[in-house]
Ligand binder design. Structure first.
Ligand code: IPE
Ligand code: IPE
Ligand code: MG
Length: 243
């Protein structure tokens, strides 16, 4: 029995992570930003293992936003090569561990060789029943909502049929529970276009720790903190729900 991590009373079903601070991590060490992205990617393995151990069912990681294309070409290219390598190296292992991979974001905007790898990884792991890992790559919450609205119109759905449940079904996370907890590293306190629809009632946890240094202990802390929150969903605690 490992009492460093006593069982948690409430484990969030779905956790979203804004993996921020790679660049600062590298700069503090006098290294190029890309070294921070490499360290951040290595860290993902650790956090993923811990997420499985703590009983999280869906983990959404923000890897690259629709806005991140605007970074210097060298950094974008470096990130793309890291993703290629990570997919080649990690997907077979993840598959063995029963992880089901899912992409959130616009797959069309991703270079063809990379999007092909992503499609193959999704197909390979589609029947797994372990943790669902949503990789938000070329993801932006606004773009996701724009695409949903376009598809709703293309499907000829009438305005009376549109409600929040329907919009959720047109998002990349269709069929999944909304995130219960959003964690952001590096001390920033904003969503930066991450799951803006789905996180409507998510709890928010921020830590000054930079992503490459965010480990199992801190994930446990975040989950413990989540367990102490009172989620109200706009209601009055203890009062009967009236329609
Ligand atoms: C997050 O780290 C990773 C990506 C956005 C791809 P950053 O690269 O944003 O690191 P900082 O915020 O500049 O330190
Ligand atoms: C959000 O971080 C995107 C990812 C972590 C992939 P950013 O570093 O891009 O966000 P801002 O620019 O600080 O809002
Ligand atoms: Mg950042």
């Amino acid at each position: 029995m490992n009492n460093r991590y006593p069982p948690l009373d409430y484990v969030p079903q779905h956790v979203g992570v804004i993996m921020d601070g790679n660049g600062r991590w590298a700069r503090r060490r006098g290294l190029p930003r890309i070294a921070g992205h490499r360290a951040g990617t290595e860290n993902l393995r650790r956090v993923l293992g811990a997420a499985v151990e703590f009983g999280i069912q869906v983990l959404t990681i923000y890897a690259f936003s629709t806005e991140n294309w605007g970074r210097p070409k060298q950094e974008v290219e470096g990130l793309l090569s890291i993703f290629r390598r990570v997919i080649d190296r990690e997907v077979p292992k993840l598959h063995d561990e029963g992880v089901r991979l899912h992409h959130v974001g616009r797959i069309e905007g991703i270079p063809a060789d990379l999007s092909q790898r992503v499609r193959e990884a999704i197909d390979l792991t589609k029947d797994n029943d372990g943790l669902v890992l949503n990789v938000a790559f070329n993801y932006g919450g606004r773009a996701e909502i724009v695409d949903a609205v376009r598809q709703i119109i293309a499907d000829g759905i009438s305005s009376e049929q549109v409600d929040a449940r329907m919009i959720s079904r047109y998002l990349c996370t269709a069929g999944q529970p909304d995130p219960d907890l959003i964690i952001r590293t590096s001390g920033e306190m904003r969503l930066s276009n991450f799951l803006i629809w789905q996180a409507a009632y998510a709890e928010f946890y921020t830590t000054p720790t930079l992503w490459p240094d965010f480990g199992k202990d801190e994930l446990y802390e975040a989950l413990k903190d989540f367990g102490r929150r009172e989620r109200r969903f706009g209601l009055v605690p203890g009062a009967p729900v009236t329609d």
